[in-house]
Design a protein around this ligand. Structure first.
Ligand SMILES: *Cc1c(COP(=O)(O)O)cnc(C)c1O
Length: 359
């Protein structure tokens, strides 16, 4: 018998499963976690070093300078911005803040794998709504909202399928959500969007007070290891979440690195453009090799292989290429360095049964 007796929900949670070869064993080509293949820009490393010299001091618990810079960047009041130790920490804070007996959270599925366990940990009932055509099915999600629904998550672009939802559909959806139900647009990959077919929730905040947007420095900005993301939303939501967020959880190093990165927007944009070009190159090659691959608006591609997913994942692992496998559904591959991408494309071209339905 385990002592102390923990909450039974813990027995239902799988625990985070890292892809083989990424943090242990013989290093694999890292295409499983949607990281930037580029190191932080030189100015950012200098900021990290300078902040490291203050490691004996607690960081600014309010992230004052970063919050101010983000507010300026997005043209919103500082009271509408909250930084956190990764956007996941802010999603967790939101769920914790929303959890009341019987409360539900509606989210798309398949989507970001942390949505269900974060909901269960917070004590919210998860209501996963299947994707339609690899997209968040906003109509079906709106249909599932009840008086118990406290929170709805929209993942745009969606992880792991890379699809976006249209602006018109987004507005129509938001019109259907009751004003006392919080909506969060998870825009972890929005910097990679190059289509006018969608819009950022940041442009809709004025029209929908129950909307919030989360963004992260972990992906396009290349600061995954430092853990910093942020939320933009109504000031009263920010005020509530600031009570849930752990004080000092965003390190001084992370705050300074994020600030320095924000000042290097042009250079960052150029690097993201390179990733977008690689994404197109990879998808074109995969389509030519017979894979069905939905058009991606993120830094990864989705191969909906169904029952072949596990075998294809093993095929990649055997070539020391780390990808994310979703048994029975598909495989997600990050757009990495050109060399790693080439290795993946060669591996995919060698997959014997590469004849799939066009997507
Ligand atoms: C990677 C990712 C995040 C970012 O998490 P951080 O905690 O900011 O590193 C959030 N949402 C989705 C959908 C992601 O894929």
């Amino acid at each position: 018998m385990s002592v102390p007796a923990f909450r039974p929900v813990l027995d239902q949670l799988p625990g985070y499963r890292a892809t083989e070869g990424v943090y242990d064993g013989e290093p694999a080509r890292p295409l499983s976690a949607n990281e930037s293949p580029d190191e932080p820009l030189p100015g950012v490393l200098a900021a990290v070093t300078a902040a490291g010299a203050l490691a004996h001091r607690y960081p600014d618990p309010l992230c004052t300078a970063l919050t101010r810079a983000l507010a300026r960047r997005h043209g919103v009041p500082e009271e509408a911005v909250l930084a956190g130790a990764g956007s996941v920490a802010l999603l967790q804070a939101l769920m914790t803040a929303c959890a009341r007996p019987g409360a539900e959270v509606v989210f798309p599925w398949r989507s970001f794998e942390l949505y269900p366990p974060l909901a269960q940990l917070a004590g919210l009932r998860p209501v996963p709504v299947p994707l339609a055509d690899h997209r968040n099915d906003l109509d079906a999600m709106a249909d599932r909202i009840t008086s118990d629904t406290r929170l709805v998550l929209v993942c745009n672009p969606n992880n792991p399928t890379g699809t976006v939802v249209g602006e018109r559909a987004l507005r129509a959806f938001l019109d259907r959500v009751p004003p006392d139900c919080q909506v969060v647009l998870d825009e972890a990959y929005f910097e990679y969007v190059r289509t006018p077919d969608t819009c950022s929730g940041l442009t809709l905040l004025g029209a929908y007070p129950n909307l919030a947007v989360t963004r992260t420095f972990s992906k396009a900005y290349g600061l995954a290891a430092l853990r910093v993301g942020y939320l933009v939303g109504a000031p009263d939501v920010v005020e509530a979440l600031a009570k849930v967020r752990l004080a000092y959880s965003v390190s001084g190093v992370a705050q300074e690195a994020a600030l320095a990165s924000l000042a290097l927007e042009e250079r960052l944009r150029a690097r993201v453009d390179d990733t977008v070009a690689e994404r197109t190159r990879m998808r074109t090659a995969l389509l030519a090799a017979g894979f069905g691959v939905p058009e991606s608006h993120s830094n990864f591609l989705w191969l909906p292989l169904g029952d072949d997913a596990a075998a294809f994942g093993r095929h990649c692992t055997a070539e020391r290429i780390a990808v994310r496998t979703y048994d029975g559904e598909g495989v997600r591959v990050s757009v990495g360095s050109p060399g790693d991408n080439d290795a993946f494309l060669a591996c995919a071209a060698a997959w014997p049964s590469a004849v799939y339905e066009p997507v």
